[in-house]
Design a protein around this ligand. Structure first.
Ligand SMILES: Nc1ncnc2c1ncn2[C@@H]1O[C@H](COP(=O)(O)OP(=O)(O)OP(=O)(O)O)[C@@H](O)[C@H]1O
Length: 278
């Protein structure tokens, strides 16, 4: 990203209009979010927003509250305080399956795939929500269900081509190296055709080459499908390279928010990261 060429005034808090992508309106607005587990305050008064087509990263040292934040967005955790607006509408009650129905998909820190199933079948499970025909429909309207399945297959094959995993489409996921499993997990999330994709440490445990591949796919998803992406990542180099804006958490509080150059220069962020292993 060409942040260095941008004048200071343009950088303040606004995402870059990089890579020909058009960054649009705020799609997700988190306002004064606080979340506790018993006596543990995981998040304290966190506010930030995510704009359409943006790659928005959440970083911070271990235990900073990053996963908790993603789980709040996804409807897994319910904050005790604060407001969440998605596409301008305030969220009242939220469950993970409702997030999926709203076009929010996610991947997990620890790969959550069916290891004994093929790559193709795993990605196919990502279409579940889109499938109208249930078992009964399958029995009664065989033709219609069959047609629908073919349409889903076409979509899944498109994703397989996009992720360049044609040669392993029939391979059981458990037999694949870690980096490829992560790519399949991305494929399954993409199968839901999300408008907002949440990625929990998509590069964790990868070697340099696998990280480069994953970066390329994340940028391509964002660019070609226009998907808005929120990601948690420990690798600072990667984050600064691919993000439009970065929010920094430390001990459950927000200590920085802005384009990568702003965050890099932020004294609080530098202090939080000094002496940590990130
Ligand atoms: N389900 C839970 N029950 C109790 N405490 C929790 C729960 N989830 C998170 N926490 C606590 O909330 C705080 C933030 O944790 P969280 O996992 O969100 O941080 P993180 O930044 O994602 O950390 P890491 O980088 O290690 O994954 C920690 O103190 C953690 O112990």
């Amino acid at each position: 990203m060409m942040m260095n060429d941008m004048p200071q005034a343009v950088q303040a808090q606004e995402p870059a209009q990089g890579n020909g992508r058009r960054i649009g309106e705020v799609v997700l607005d988190l306002q004064n979010i606080s979340l506790s587990f018993g006596g543990v305050k995981a998040l304290t008064d966190i506010s930030f927003n995510v704009r359409e087509h943006e790659i928005r990263s959440i970083i911070g040292p271990n235990g900073a509250g990053k996963s908790s934040m993603l789980n709040v967005i996804n409807g897994v955790y319910h904050p005790q305080e604060g407001r969440i607006l998605f596409r301008g509408e305030e969220r009242r009650r939220m469950e993970p399956h409702m997030a999926a129905a709203q076009g929010i998909a996610r991947t997990f820190q620890n790969i959550a795939l069916f290891k004994g199933m093929s790559v193709l079948d795993n990605i196919m499970t990502g279409r579940n929500l889109k499938m109208k025909s249930g078992l009964l429909a399958n029995a009664l309207y065989w033709g219609r269900a069959r047609k629908e399945e073919i349409e889903h297959r076409v979509k899944v094959e498109e994703i397989i081509d996009f992720l360049e995993i044609q040669d392993i489409r029939k391979t059981p996921v458990g037999a694949l190296p870690y980096g490829l499993q992560k790519r399949v997990e991305l494929g399954r999330a993409l199968a839901a055709e999300p408008s907002l994709l949440l990625l929990d440490e998509p590069m964790a445990g990868m070697n340099v080459e696998e990280k480069q591949d994953m970066c390329r796919f994340i940028l391509d998803v964002n660019d070609q499908f226009g998907t808005t992406i929120v990601l948690i990542e420990h690798d600072m180099g990667v984050v600064m390279d691919i993000s439009d804006r970065v929010v920094v958490l430390d001990y459950g509080k927000k200590i920085g928010d802005g384009v990568p150059d702003e965050v890099r220069a932020n004294e609080d962020v530098i202090r939080a990261y000094l002496g940590t292993s990130h």
